[in-house]
Design a protein around this ligand. Structure first.
Ligand code: FEO
Ligand code: CA
Ligand code: CA
Ligand code: CA
Length: 583
C-alpha cells in the first residue's frame, strides 16, 4: 500500500477507549453539545411548534420541526460565527414518532411519517462558545416526502416515469430515505435517495425490472404508507418507484427554490454524492450504491462550472457521462460508460434510449461487467487526489449463487468492512485508475483471520460516513447494525464511533463514541476548523433494526435522559481552548 502522499497530518488528541455508555464521549479537552434534535422547531417564521415529549405533535407540526434519523449534513458559512446547516432525515422509527406507535394506523400518521423524512435547512449562530439554532430564520425550510420536485436530465419525461398523477413524468412529490449527501462548488446541496424501494408495497409477482430493484410482494419494511397514500402501492402504480432513487439538488440560499432530481447521475440506492472538479473546471460526482453487490459510479459534466452560484449552474448536472467502476486484480481499474448504443446498452437488450439506461442503471452495470462491491457507502477525496470509498460490510460474498471474493472485495465473510481508494490517471475525468485498500477494518482480538483486519491504531468495523477536513484528516464514522452491535466479532468494539485517519501514514485514532443503539453519520465543519458538526442517528434503535412498532420504551434515552424517548440529533464538537479540531 502506497501512502497518500500527504506530508503527515498530526492527530493531536489522545485516542478513546471503546464505550458502552449511553452518552457521547470525546477526547480530553473537547466538548460535545447537542442541537437540532428530532422534533425541535426548524425555525419557520410563525410556525415554531414546541416538541412534545409524548409524541403528540401533529403531522402539520412535524412539517415545521426537524425530522427523524439525521444523516448527511453540511455547514454553509455566512459569517465567521453563523451559517446554514442542511441535513438529511433518512427514515422514521414509527414506534417513537407517534403516540401509540403504529397502533390505530391513520392517514395522519402516514402524513407525519412523511413529514419526518427529507431535509432540514436551519440557521445556526455561535455566541459565548455555544451554537444555537436561530428561530425564526428566513432561511429555515423543511423538504419532505411530499414536497414537489422537478425532474431533469435524459430520463425526464420518460414513459417509465409517468404516472396517473403526473402524466408529464417531470414532477415528483418528495424525497425519502435520504442517506448520505454532497455539496457542489456552486453552493447547492445534494441529497441522495437510498433504500427507497422499502417504502413500496410490491405486486404479488414483481417483473424482472422490479425484482432487480428489490421490490418484493407486500410491504417488507412495514412503513405502511400505501394504506393511506396509494402511490406507494406499486401494484397499482408500477412507475412510482422509478421516480425515486435519484440524487436531488437543493439550493439552500433560495428557500423558495424547487428541488431537482438529476437523472443524468443515474438511479441507484444512492448513499452519497461527492463532487470533485477537473483542472478545466468540470464537475465530477462520485457515488456509491449501498447494497450488497452493487456498484461505484462517477458522473462527469459536459460543461464547466460557471461563476454566479446556483443560478449560473442550474443545468450543469443535466448533461454529461455516467460511468461505473471495474476494479481489476492488478491494482488497476477502468470506468465504463453507461451510454446508450455503446456496447451492450442497446434496444435489443432492453435499453430503448438513454433515459432507460439511467432508470435501469443496475441492469446496465450488470451488462458492462462492473465490479460488484461490498456495499459502497460514503466517498471522500483527499488533498492528494486519492478517492476513498467505505465498503461497509458483506457477510455473504461467498454465499450460494454469489460472485465470491475478488481483489477489491477480498474477504468471503466481510462482516467488518473495508475502505478502498483509487487515484485517477491524469485527472478526475480519467477513464482508468490505480487502486489499493486503505484499510481492512477489524479487531485483532478476533479469532477468525478475516475478522482481524489490518488497522494501524484503534480497532473499528463497518465504516460508513467519510469526510476529509481542511487539514486533510480523513474522518471515519461507523455503522455496526443494531442487530449485530456488541455481539460476536463486534463484541470488542461496543458502540458506534468516529475515528480520525492520517492519509499519509494510515494511522487511525478513535475520536468519539456514541450513545446506545446509534450510528454516527454526517460530518462538516466551519471553515476555520474550530467547530465540527456530526449527526447521531437512531439512538436506542431496537435490535430488529427498524423499531418495535408499538413500544416507545428503549435502551437509550439520549439526549434527554430520564424516561424520555431517544432522539436523533446534531452534535457540535469544539475544543475548550478554541483550537482546531483534531490538531
Ligand atoms: Fe443509509 Fe447506507 O446507510
Ligand atoms: Ca450510511
Ligand atoms: Ca450504513
Ligand atoms: Ca442509517
Amino acid at each position: 500500500t502506497t501512502g497518500g502522499g500527504a506530508t503527515g497530518t498530526a492527530l493531536g488528541f489522545k485516542g478513546l477507549p471503546i464505550s458502552n455508555a449511553d452518552t457521547i464521549t470525546v477526547p480530553e479537552g473537547y466538548t460535545a453539545q447537542v442541537i437540532a434534535p428530532w422534533g425541535d422547531p426548524v425555525g419557520l417564521s410563525g410556525e415554531m411548534p414546541a416538541y412534545k415529549a409524548d409524541a403528540t405533535n401533529s403531522a402539520a407540526e412535524q412539517e415545521a420541526q426537524f425530522g427523524m434519523h439525521h444523516d448527511g449534513i453540511h455547514f454553509y458559512a455566512q459569517s465567521a460565527t453563523s451559517g446554514l446547516l442542511v441535513m438529511n432525515h433518512e427514515y422514521t422509527d414509527d414506534g417513537l414518532l407517534h403516540a401509540g406507535g403504529m397502533a390505530s394506523w391513520t392517514a395522519e400518521k402516514v402524513r407525519k411519517a412523511q413529514a419526518a423524512h427529507g431535509v432540514s435547512v436551519c440557521e445556526v449562530a455561535l455566541a459565548d462558545g455555544l451554537w444555537r439554532v436561530v428561530q425564526p430564520s428566513p432561511w429555515a425550510r423543511r423538504i419532505t416526502a411530499r414536497t414537489p420536485m422537478a425532474v431533469t436530465g435524459p430520463a425526464a419525461g420518460h414513459a417509465m416515469l409517468k404516472t396517473a398523477a403526473d402524466p408529464s413524468g417531470r414532477r415528483v412529490l418528495g424525497t425519502f430515505n435520504n442517506c448520505g449527501s454532497g455539496i457542489t462548488p456552486w453552493g447547492t446541496y445534494l441529497t441522495c435517495e437510498e433504500n427507497f424501494i422499502n417504502y413500496f408495497k410490491g405486486p404479488d409477482q414483481p417483473d424482472a425490472h422490479q425484482a432487480r430493484w428489490g421490490l418484493r410482494k407486500g410491504d417488507p419494511a412495514g412503513y405502511r404508507w400505501h394504506e393511506h397514500d396509494e402511490r406507494f402501492d406499486a401494484g397499482k402504480h408500477p412507475n412510482e418507484p422509478n421516480r425515486h432513487g435519484w440524487v436531488v439538488e437543493i439550493d439552500p440560499s433560495n428557500p423558495s427554490s424547487t428541488p431537482v432530481k438529476r437523472t443524468a447521475l443515474g438511479r441507484a440506492a444512492h448513499e452519497g454524492a461527492t463532487v470533485a472538479v477537473t483542472r478545466d473546471g468540470r464537475a465530477v460526482v462520485y457515488m456509491g450504491e449501498d447494497s450488497r453487490f452493487e456498484y461505484i459510479y462517477k458522473f462527469v459534466s459536459a460543461g464547466r462550472i460557471q461563476s454566479g452560484g446556483a443560478a449560473a449552474n442550474a443545468t450543469l448536472l443535466d448533461t454529461g457521462t455516467l460511468y461505473v467502476a471495474r476494479f481489476d486484480a492488478d491494482g488497476r481499474g477502468r470506468w465504463i460508460a453507461l451510454t446508450h448504443g455503446e456496447g451492450a446498452l442497446t434496444a435489443a437488450n432492453g435499453f430503448a434510449d438513454q433515459g432507460e439506461v439511467l432508470i435501469k442503471s443496475r441492469q446496465a452495470s450488470d451488462r458492462l461487467g462492473a465490479t460488484k462491491m461490498d456495499r459502497p457507502e460514503w466517498i471522500a477525496v483527499d488533498r492528494q487526489g486519492w478517492v476513498y470509498c467505505t465498503l461497509t460490510n458483506n457477510s455473504n460474498r461467498a454465499g450460494k449463487d454469489q460472485p465470491g471474493v475478488d481483489a477489491a472485495n477480498p474477504r468471503a465473510n466481510n462482516g467488518m468492512g473495508h475502505i478502498i481508494r483509487w487515484k485517477e490517471d491524469g485527472d478526475h475525468d480519467g477513464l482508468a485508475f490505480q487502486w489499493n485498500h486503505f484499510v481492512l477494518a477489524g479487531d485483532p482480538l478476533n479469532e477468525r483471520a478475516e475478522a482481524k483486519g489490518n488497522v494501524q491504531g484503534d480497532a473499528f468495523a463497518c465504516p460508513d460516513g467519510l469526510w476529509v477536513d481542511a487539514r486533510g484528516v480523513l474522518w471515519i464514522q461507523t455503522d455496526m447494525s443494531t442487530s449485530a452491535m456488541g455481539k460476536g466479532e463486534l463484541a470488542g468494539l461496543a458502540h458506534n464511533m468516529m475515528l480520525a485517519a492520517d492519509p499519509a501514514t494510515g494511522q487511525i485514532r478513535r475520536f468519539l463514541t456514541g450513545p446506545a443503539g446509534c450510528e454516527i453519520t454526517g460530518a462538516t465543519g466551519t471553515p476555520d476548523g474550530r467547530t465540527m458538526f456530526i449527526n447521531i442517528q437512531h439512538p436506542g434503535e431496537s435490535p430488529s433494526e427498524r423499531s418495535d412498532p408499538q413500544a416507545p420504551t428503549r435502551f437509550s434515552n439520549w439526549p434527554d435522559k430520564g424516561a424520555n424517548r431517544p432522539r436523533s440529533a446534531t452534535v457540535v464538537i469544539r475544543r475548550v481552548d478554541g483550537g482546531v479540531i483534531g490538531a
